[in-house]
Write a protein that binds this ligand. Structure first.
Ligand code: FAD
Length: 486
């Protein structure tokens, strides 16, 4: 009697608890992926449809997974629909005895999984879910809420991460199954019919150039990164140096598990003690991912609700023209524009630059952080239901362990500090290639002669700043005072 393995955000073979358990049953395994945009439990304010860039990634990742399954005798079956309906249908068709899956610890996904269990109970099909996408389950890291009997997740990162580490590390990663027993043939959707990839216009050229989605690439990135990690702590803030792991989209789709990263990192630290502080810093970044996911577990509508309700009264501005200039990388601040263009081309943006562009939108332009979050959701290949809104709220000042609102990044100084030679800006803004390093982060201060020699007419080839830094900063602080006083 076959076992169905329901793949979701875990598109890999190694360290896949559900697949591992199914393979050990020595019975045929049906590998099923469901494009579920229909389950009622996927409430609109909590589980948004994927954005364009993540849909593109998903298509590539499913192809890679399908090829890996083929190689061990399995087949990936694709179906579209509400998970419970599809699984009941498949279970009936193959007379399955069990359905296994890995947990996604997010309220709407847990509710969908509960619906599957309920629907299968009538068919006498056993179900089992396995812990997967986190190092620690949110239920294990709680604190008493002041003045109540309730408990909730920790809202400050450092004690949170200390608690996760004190748990002694996650379970050892599992090997990939070597062979799957052939399963009965089943009808499968054609990936192309799901229209996950753009056709006209085809905006995915930059993504194809930049990425190889799939488990094999994720493992390769991790190995290379850990080998070359020296200097990560000091240089991870430098967008001109490509030193970070670039694992975020792989993690987003579970092409690699946090357990595998934890184990490989601890092994590397033991082998190269001189790298241990860089490795600890890297692991604390993985800890931020965990922190954001725990926050999302407590606050399922994190992408729409201010964590600090005082921000509900914030006087945001509606300015479509400014929002569009920001989205297109045409604000006149080179570090901001370089970041937004990197995002459009590659589907990611360096972390430091994400902070700068987010601060610019929220503070200099006074545009609601939710607008920026939505744009990132659509354009990031690593768009994550926890990390994206949690980081936007962190920058806006409305979030957990957030940057204080009065800290307004100066986009000129941020550029000069973290991209001192202008290498990053020149990479993404070809109009400014000939401008001297002295003026690369503030082209409007260059003399007319220098601008002429660099082939730039400000306002024509490259925009003048859409808002003066000082004016923007003061306006932001004033707006903040209105909520502080209320
Ligand atoms: P590395 O430096 O190699 O870090 C390793 C891993 O740690 C990353 O892959 C990621 O999983 C995690 N990580 C690192 N920094 C953070 C962080 N600040 N918060 C949460 N996890 C982190 N990251 C996403 O994965 N998805 C998002 O949707 C997302 N949106 C963001 C929005 C804003 C406004 C900001 C400021 C940051 C956002 N981040 C998001 C966090 C961070 O920018 C990316 O995780 C990081 O740039 C990915 O590059 P890397 O894998 O090379 O990072």
């Amino acid at each position: 009697t076959p076992t169905i393995v329901w793949f979701r955000d875990d598109l890999r073979l190694s360290d896949h608890p559900a697949l591992h358990a199914a393979a050990r049953r020595n019975a045929p395994v049906i590998c099923l992926y469901i494009l579920d945009e229909q389950s009622k439990a996927l409430k609109p304010r909590q589980a948004r449809p994927m954005g364009g860039a993540t849909r593109w990634w998903l298509a590539q990742s499913l192809r890679a997974l399908s090829a890996s399954l083929d190689a061990i005798g399995g087949t990936l079956v694709l179906r579209k629909g509400a998970a419970a309906d599809v699984i009941v249908d498949v279970a009936r068709a193959v007379d399955a005895s069990h359905v296994f899956w890995n947990e996604i610890v997010q309220a709407p996904h847990l509710a969908v999984a509960d619906g599957v269990t309920e629907a299968l109970a009538d068919l006498d099909v056993g179900t089992q879910s396995f812990p997967d996408d986190l190092l620690a389950h949110p239920a294990t890291i709680r604190a008493k809420e002041t003045g109540t009997k309730e408990s909730r997740g920790l809202r400050v990162f450092t004690p949170f991460w200390r608690r996760v580490q004190a748990m002694g590390g996650p379970a050892k990663p599992l090997p990939a199954p070597k062979k799957l027993l052939p399963a009965p043939k089943l009808k499968s959707d054609k990936l192309a019919d799901w229209a996950l990839e753009p056709s006209k216009p085809d905006w995915a050229g930059g993504l194809r150039e930049t990425w190889t989605p799939g488990e094999a690439a994720a493992q390769k990135h991790l190995k290379r990164f850990l080998r070359e990690i020296a200097g990560y702590s000091s240089d991870r803030d430098r967008p001109d140096r490509e030193i970070t792991s670039r694992l975020s989209p792989h993690l987003r789709f579970g092409e690699i598990s946090p357990r595998q990263i934890w184990t490989a990192a601890h092994f590397a630290a033991a082998e190269h003690p001189t790298h241990s502080s860089d490795i600890a810093k890297f692991m604390s970044e993985v800890g931020w991912r965990e922190f954001c996911r725990h926050l999302l577990f407590d606050v399922p509508d994190l992408a729409t609700r201010n964590l600090q309700s005082s921000f509900d009264e914030f006087p945001w501005k509606t300015d479509r023209t400014a929002l569009r200039a920001w989205q297109r990388g045409l604000t006149g601040y080179p570090i901001v524009d370089a970041g937004m263009r990197e995002l459009w081309h590659t589907g990611v943006m360096h972390n430091r630059v994400r902070m700068v562009v987010a601060s610019f939108l929220v503070k200099h332009l006074l545009i609601d952080w939710r607008e920026g979050e939505k744009w990132f959701w659509d354009t990031l290949v690593d768009a994550d239901a926890g990390s994206n809104p949690a980081n936007w709220q962190w920058v806006a000042g409305s979030g957990a362990d957030a940057a204080p609102y009065f800290r307004v990044f100066n986009p000129i100084l941020q550029g000069e500090k973290f991209d001192p030679g202008g290498v990053y800006v020149r990479r993404w803004i070809p109009e400014l290639t000939e401008l001297s390093t002295k003026h690369i982060h503030q082209p409007w201060t260059a003399s007319p002669l220098e601008l002429k020699n660099a082939g730039i007419t400000l306002g024509k080839d490259y925009p003048s700043p859409i808002v003066d830094h000082k004016v923007g900063r003061e306006r932001a602080l004033k707006a903040y005072t209105t909520i502080r006083n209320s």
